[in-house]
Design a protein around this ligand. Structure first.
Ligand SMILES: *Cc1c(COP(=O)(O)O)cnc(C)c1O
Length: 355
């Protein structure tokens, strides 16, 4: 018997069924690769990379861009391999035995896994019937568990709804532990919904962002955190030296310089979100949850069968099986207008024939 770390065998794996989907709508990725103008600049930059050298100035370059965009100090920003790595390291930095980490449920499925890897105690706070967050209940859970870290996700994955800035500020005012706001889908809701301006007022606040969703850079694995310099300084200790490779850093640097080029696609996805939601609301038996992201959560009595039907057609969506509070729910990432018409037609056919 090999002696694995205690708790590892009971730890759930992040298992999304991947295959060669005809239509891949299960991971909230962007429907198309980089805008051609951006891709051209990226390829040209990559051809000038010194492959024999460890990363050097590249992280500082992109940090300088973000700092200038949000009027933050460079010491307040740090990049990781996706915001996943940022979140995992924050859980590590504030976790450890005897420490509690509070997070909403349902929310990003990785939180409870990072709690385990951080050897901490997970305290899920159930969202309300409509998946809104009861701020009083959340604050109470933080206080009662004497948590070291509290996490909220806005807009929330997989439910799609936004937490208002006044609710975020209320929570920041009423907890004294570190408060992480995961803004993986923020660009779809618009900068006005971001907690970044609150960083100046609340030194225990942390904002996490990713290049994987609105900027469609999932292949490069780039995300970052913004927080008080003291939090960044401590959390940095949990990362390996040179943890983020030069190829990803220079790619993200150009994507960020050219971020206006992504705006048309963000607007297209926003319009599609509205159009698809309206269309689906006309389908009998389907509950459509409001979303300000690039995905939509659906509830349907025969969700399991519908998922099987779509899978057989090569259409991959995210089915939540029996996950708490997500029974009979499917999360569908939005594609192009044509792609959305394809999967909606199949959903309609299923409901008409088998619903
Ligand atoms: C996708 C996602 C992330 C992480 O994305 P990365 O690709 O690791 O940057 C973090 N939080 C939420 C809620 C997400 O949906």
């Amino acid at each position: 018997m090999l002696k694995y770390r205690k708790g590892l065998s009971d730890m759930p794996a992040y298992d999304v069924a991947e295959r060669d989907w005809r239509l891949k709508l299960n991971a909230n990725e962007a429907p198309t690769s980089l805008p051609p103008l951006v891709e051209e600049r990226v390829i040209s930059r990559l051809s000038r990379v010194a492959f024999n050298r460890y990363p050097n100035q590249e992280m500082a370059d992109i940090i300088a861009q973000v700092a200038s965009n949000y009027s933050l100090r460079e010491e307040q920003i740090f990049f990781g391999n996706g915001s996943s790595e940022i979140i995992e390291k924050l859980f590590f930095a504030f976790g450890g035995s005897g420490r509690s980490i509070v997070y909403p449920e349902p929310s990003f499925s990785m939180y409870r896994i990072y709690v385990k890897t951080a050897d901490a105690n997970g305290v899920p706070v159930g969202l309300e019937e409509d998946y809104s967050l009861d701020r009083e209940k959340f604050v109470r859970a933080v206080r009662e568990s004497k948590a070291s870290l509290a996490v909220i996700c806005t807009p929330n994955n997989p439910t799609g709804n936004l937490i208002s800035l006044s609710d975020i500020e209320y929570i920041a005012q009423n907890v004294d532990c570190a408060l992480l706001v995961d803004e993986a889908y923020l660009e779809f809701a618009g900068e006005d919904a971001s907690a970044v301006p609150l960083l100046k007022k609340y030194p225990h606040l942390i904002v996490a962002r990713t290049f994987s969703k609105a900027y469609g850079l999932a292949a490069a694995r780039v995300g970052y955190m913004m927080a008080d310099a003291s939090i960044v300084e401590m959390t940095k200790k949990a990362f390996m030296p040179y943890h983020l490779n030069v190829l990803s850093l220079v790619t993200a640097d150009i994507v960020y310089q050219m971020r206006d080029e992504f705006q048309p696609r963000i607007y297209m996805l926003r319009d599609e979100c509205r159009r698809v939601s309206e269309t689906l609301k006309g389908f009998p038996g389907l509950t459509v949850y409001p979303s300000c992201t690039n995905f939509i959560l659906l509830k349907y009595a025969k969700a399991v069968e519908l998922n099987e039907y779509l899978t057989e057609l090569g259409i991959g969506v995210r089915s939540f099986g029996s996950a708490p509070r997500l029974e009979n729910c499917l999360r569908v990432s939005l594609g192009t207008r044509e792609e959305n018409d394809v999967w909606m037609k199949e959903v309609k056919r299923f409901i008409e024939e088998k619903g």
